[in-house]
Design a protein around this ligand. Structure first.
Ligand code: ADP
Ligand code: MG
Length: 246
């Protein structure tokens, strides 16, 4: 391996592991959680959930996101994409200075459907609750008042579907929540969001988020038609692909 050029190493990884990276200076993959510098509490929770070691997408995307870069992660359904953006998200939140004058979520996770939003909320809660962080899930198709009350109590993390999040931003003349403090944005299952025609709503939300945020996008596929959206929303992203592109 010592005598291989960078190009040859990349070729070797693609042939042996099906991993392809685009974008300059992607950090090296982690082979264990310890290499990602997770806390003792997180280590305990990971063990309890049976997540003994990172999956391929996690091993590459976690250090890439921890480096602060925007990241596009493409890997098939069931490959563990959720944890790939949750672990760096917790670090991002804990690294924030206390800003008493600001409320609203620090991290916003957008999902295409209520089921997927709830699934991610459940997974996030397993870590967030013991870490004393609050996660609220907002989605349409049910009454809004309970979710408004949840948001008003405050949350560092919000998981949402786009339509209901837009309602929340304008509800009560904007006094329910806001995105002034949001610096970590996740577009999860982006291909489905795109297929379902949610791009206008998604863009409407993103236009409320500061441009110096960190943005990560995860998807099972990355069709050419999504590239224009990615270019608009992400800043010099590292693109990590496990297996085929679509
Ligand atoms: P995706 O979003 O890529 O479809 P998920 O994030 O929903 O996949 O994860 C799929 C399944 O794999 C979930 O049941 C999750 O609990 C499990 N899982 C995630 N990461 C690991 C890991 N490191 N080790 C073992 N199981 C994992
Ligand atoms: Mg997923």
């Amino acid at each position: 391996i010592k005598n291989m050029t960078k190009k040859e190493v990349a070729k070797w990884r693609e042939d042996h592991e099906g991993i392809r990276i685009r974008g300059a200076k992607c950090p090296k993959p982690i082979m264990s959680w310890a290499q990602a510098g997770v806390s003792n509490l997180e280590m305990k929770l990971l063990a309890k959930l049976g997540y003994t070691k990172p999956t391929p997408i996690q091993s590459q995307a976690v250090p890439a996101i921890l480096s602060g870069r925007d990241v596009i992660g493409i890997a098939k359904t069931g490959s563990g994409k959720t944890l790939a953006f949750l672990l760096p998200m917790f670090r991002h939140i804990l690294d924030q200075e206390e800003l008493d004058e600001l409320d609203g979520p620090i991290a916003l996770i957008m999902a295409p459907t209520r089921e997927l939003a709830l699934q991610t909320w459940r997974e996030a809660t397993k870590f967030a609750t013991p870490m004393k962080l609050r996660v609220v899930c907002v989605y349409g198709g049910v009454g809004i008042s309970e979710q408004i009350a949840d948001l008003k109590r405050g949350a560092e993390i919000v998981v949402c579907t786009a339509g209901r999040m837009i309602d929340m931003l304008v509800a009560n003349n904007g006094r329910v929540t806001n995105l002034r403090r949001c610096t970590y944005l996740v577009m999860d299952e982006a291909d489905r969001m795109f297929d379902m025609g949610f791009e206008p709503q998604v863009m409407k939300i993103i236009n409320n988020i500061r441009p110096d945020r960190q943005t990560v996008m995860f998807s099972a596929t990355f069709p050419k038609t999504m590239e224009a959206l990615a270019r608009k929303v992400l800043d010099k992203p590292i693109e990590i692909q496990v297996g085929g592109r679509s």
